[in-house]
Design a protein around this ligand. Sequence first.
Ligand code: URA
Length: 188
Amino acid sequence: MEELEKLHDEIKKCSKCPLHKGRIQAVPGDGNPKADVFFIGEGPGAEEDKQGKPFVGAAGKFLDVMLTEIGWKRDDVFIGNIVKCRPPDNRDPLPEEIDTCCSYLEAQLEIIKPKIIVLLGRHAMYRFLPSDFKISKEHGKVFHRQNKFLVPLYHPAAALYHASLRQTLIDDFKRLPKIIEKVKEMSD
Ligand code: URA
């Protein structure tokens, strides 16, 4: 716990990439430091930048609904992002920003040691899985890479903008409790 707090204090002071210049505050991530499930999004938006917490805007509200539907609370899981500071005008994070920031994500994963990592959207997916993967094909599947169980899903924001993806994401979410059960059985 202390170790994670120390890391988050460091993230809050970070000025390693230009994104720090436009932020109100960094958003290190939030949730249970002993979580079995770590959700990784893309980066903070305007509301996250204001509140210093991940997924508290429109996409976050949808994420909350899906968590509630499967009987999970935010306090049960950990929620973080590929980059910890808001990219200007919500543009995609640049590869060099991702490379610089991801040492923090790796440190969080090292401390929390989740049983599964849920990759929300393509930016999170490409950090861990091959660049020729298509989220439209791989969403909801479980991959085992470098001793980590990875589940790429559509990003909740994509499901808000494209109604057709909404039910797919809800259905994928509903499979998460079974996936975690299976992974736990395998590691027992
Ligand atoms: N979208 C993300 O990817 N992360 C957030 O924290 C909020 C919205």
